[in-house]
Design a protein around this ligand. Structure first.
Ligand code: ATP
Ligand code: MG
Length: 242
């Protein structure tokens, strides 16, 4: 059903979000066209995680609007097509790895769940832990499972918060290949420029809840002086607005 379809756009229009008196997002506005892949960069506390949570429908904006294609993020239609990897991934601890995947797969309406889970287990090198309870896994293996849970339904929108954290190098390489092969619109929050450059080709930079820069990685590199690393360029841009 979802195969070879154009993935949806992602849009925030004037989104404000308060936690008590703290205004985490201040009229945040940006748009990703179908199939575009953007890194979401910004200093600690800029509002990246809040932005992703609004796009998944876990938080509602105080004002403004978020859209996944034509849908509200809290709609059932959006839930079917969005995959989310939280920064503090917490699969069901008393379930095994396989039970988590089969349960979430079934909830997501995945056909042939068991086969699908087999493939994901192999791909992420989780096979030997399929019967282990989540509570007994290493942090990296919890992250692999969280990633598997985020993609088990082949989402056409991927919202990823620090996706490669804790992963060993072979798994990082597998995950990079896998995410690149996904026909989807992707927004990836990260502090690691190499993750941004390997997974995406464009950047949205936010600070204190507003967009301060949007463009391609090529344009971003051009803002640097001769021989300056992209990390330096980003650090300068983020420090200038603090
Ligand atoms: N549950 C919460 N209660 C109160 N304030 C919150 C809560 N979650 C986030 N905030 C505040 O909202 C702002 C944005 O936080 P957010 O977690 O979205 O930032 P971030 O860009 O993801 O930061 P980091 O790079 O550290 O992950 C910060 O000022 C933060 O302190
Ligand atoms: Mg965050």
């Amino acid at each position: 059903m979802e195969r070879s379809m154009t993935p949806p756009s992602i849009e925030l229009k004037g989104v404000s979000k308060y936690y008590g008196n703290i205004e985490a997002l201040k009229g945040l506005t940006f748009r990703l066209e179908p199939g575009e892949r953007y890194a979401l960069l910004g200093p600690n506390g800029a509002g990246k995680t809040t932005t992703l949570k609004i796009l998944v429908g876990l938080l509602s904006p105080n004002s403004g609007e978020a859209r996944i294609g034509d849908f509200s993020p809290s709609s059932e239609e959006a839930h079917r097509i969005v995959g989310y990897l939280p920064d503090d991934a917490s699969p069901y601890r008393s379930f095994s790895v396989r039970e988590n995947l089969e349960y979430i797969g079934a909830l997501r309406g995945v056909e042939d769940v068991s086969d699908k889970v087999d493939r994901l287990l192999d791909y992420l090198q989780l096979r030997e832990y399929e019967r282990s309870k989540v509570g007994s896994l290493s942090r990296g293996n919890v992250q692999k499972l969280a990633l598997a849970l985020a993609i088990v339904h082949k989402p056409s929108v991927l919202l990823l918060d620090e996706p490669l954290n804790y992963l060993d190098i072979p798994t990082q390489e597998n995950v990079i290949d896998y995410l690149k092969s996904f026909n989807s619109t992707q927004l990836v929050s990260t502090h690691i420029m190499e993750v941004a450059t390997r997974l995406t080709d464009k950047v949205i930079m936010i600070s204190r809840g507003v967009v301060i820069w949007k463009g391609t990685l090529v344009e971003l590199k051009k803002l640097g002086k001769e021989g300056e690393s992209i990390e330096r360029v980003v650090a300068r841009m983020l420090t200038d607005v603090l």
